[in-house]
Write a protein that binds this ligand. Structure first.
Ligand code: NIG
Ligand code: FE
Length: 414
């Protein structure tokens, strides 16, 4: 564990006497080190091990030493699927659904995503920034250090670029890392009604190249559903994305089995998300391509879905499972990633360890960031959280409780 080059140079910070849940996959649950210590230089972790093994010279040299008093340390949390930049809210639709309308019916009647599109087009860039910043604050308070943000409420060149610029600015101005996804193929905008193929052409020809040229997106996402786009249409968008060097992600099998997840996995997608309707027989394809299965218990819960994702098959075949908030105004108005840990356990029967891996190691993988974040290991960014508790399962156990004590983001206490 000792990085030899770093034994001489004084560490900038040392956290010691922590229960360190490294979340490194292996024999020990949570990759736990009971009396652990972590040494940091600049933005990175340079040493992880037992407190009793910390090199003596560092005890003399390191200026910032913190006794964690047996509190739990974990990697900074990662929310790998959000639509947190948007205009307006959809409280009226919540009422409509409780009066009997379904999510698909509302969408077909011109509500749903389309109503957020209208509000987002009308919002200024500053207003979008300010409202998203407020929402993100709840996530920061819970120890989130990386968040993914999608576009997809613009559905025209100007607004898609606007959303992605806001997402990039959030990453520059707040103390967390933002990964962005271009979700132009989220819904068919009114201007292209009954011309979904033309809209796909428009995305590929007029929007995606500019998104890529301005480096506004890390990935390209899409919504594969009968109220959105077919697997074939999305394949065209994905080919275009790959030609611009962008990673792929997909909203797949959320409301029905469209075979989108198989298409995406075979094209090398980082993740397939939702997947309640994924056929058990298709899990092998997800595994073979090392695609992450991202489960979104907030949307499952809020839409009153009853079809469960094929968790047992994902688990038995060793697919990496991530958990995320899907924060958005229509299907998951969620402000808490910790609540998602609890719901992943209670609704999807994940274990607390699987849930925590879902917002750390596997969420990093779902964003293509596994070499930088997601575990507490030498060489990774010093993004970590100290919690006022000892047992990591408690993060999944409590409901509506936030035991976050301290957050370190890129080597600095936030
Ligand atoms: O992840 N499924 C599509 N997209 C979002 C919902 C967006 C909305 O309803 O505004 C989701 O659930
Ligand atoms: Fe989503």
């Amino acid at each position: 564990m000792l990085d030899k080059d770093q034994t001489q140079k004084p560490w900038d910070s040392l956290w010691f006497n922590a229960r360190v849940a490294t979340m490194v996959a292996g024999d020990k649950p949570y990759g736990l080190i009971d009396h652990g210590a972590i040494g940091i230089i600049d933005e990175k972790i340079v040493w992880v091990g037992e407190t009793s093994q910390v090199p003596k010279e560092q005890l003399a040299l390191c200026q910032n030493q913190m006794d964690c008093m047996s509190a739990l340390a974990t990697p900074g949390l990662i929310d790998c699927h959000t639509h947190i930049v948007y205009g307006g809210e959809r409280i009226d639709e919540f009422e409509m659904r409780l009066n009997g309308a379904s999510y698909s019916e509302i969408s077909k009647a011109g509500g749903g995503i389309a109503s957020t599109v209208s509000a987002t087009r009308l919002s200024t860039e500053d207003a979008l920034f300010d409202s998203a910043k407020q929402r993100i604050n709840s996530f920061l308070n819970e120890g989130v250090t990386t968040i993914e943000i999608k576009s997809g409420y613009g559905l025209d060149l100007e607004t898609e670029l606007k959303m992605l610029r806001v997402a990039r600015r959030l990453g520059r101005e707040l103390s967390l890392d933002v990964s962005t996804s271009f979700l132009g193929a989220h819904a068919i905008p009114a201007e292209f009604k009954n011309r979904s193929d033309d809209y796909i052409d428009y995305i590929c020809r007029d929007v995606l190249p500019l998104v890529a040229a301005d480096n506004l997106a890390d990935s390209v996402d899409a919504f594969c559903e009968d109220i959105a786009f077919s697997a074939q249409q999305i394949e065209r968008v994905f080919r275009c994305a790959v030609s611009h060097g962008l990673s792929l992600k997909l909203h797949a099998e959320q409301l029905s089995d469209q075979k989108g997840a198989v298409m995406a996995a075979e094209m090398g997608a980082l993740s397939v998300d939702h997947i309640e309707y994924l056929a058990e027989d298709d899990v092998a394809v997800i595994k073979r391509n090392d695609t992450v299965a991202v489960l979104l218990p907030g949307a499952f819960y809020f839409l009153g879905e009853t079809k469960l994702p094929p968790v047992a098959a994902l688990r038995s075949q060793g697919v990496s499972i991530a958990i995320s908030s899907d924060a958005n105004p229509g299907s998951s108005p969620v402000s808490s990633l910790l609540l998602m840990l609890n719901m992943a356990c209670t609704l999807f029967k994940l274990t607390p360890e699987e849930s925590l891996a879902g917002v750390t190691r596997n969420a990093a993988k779902a964003l293509g960031l596994a070499s930088e974040v997601g575990t507490l290991e030498v060489g990774k960014l010093a993004n970590m959280v100290l919690w006022s508790l000892e047992n990591p399962a408690e993060l999944s156990y409590r409901i509506g409780h936030n035991p976050c004590q301290k957050v370190m983001y890129r080597g600095k206490v936030r």
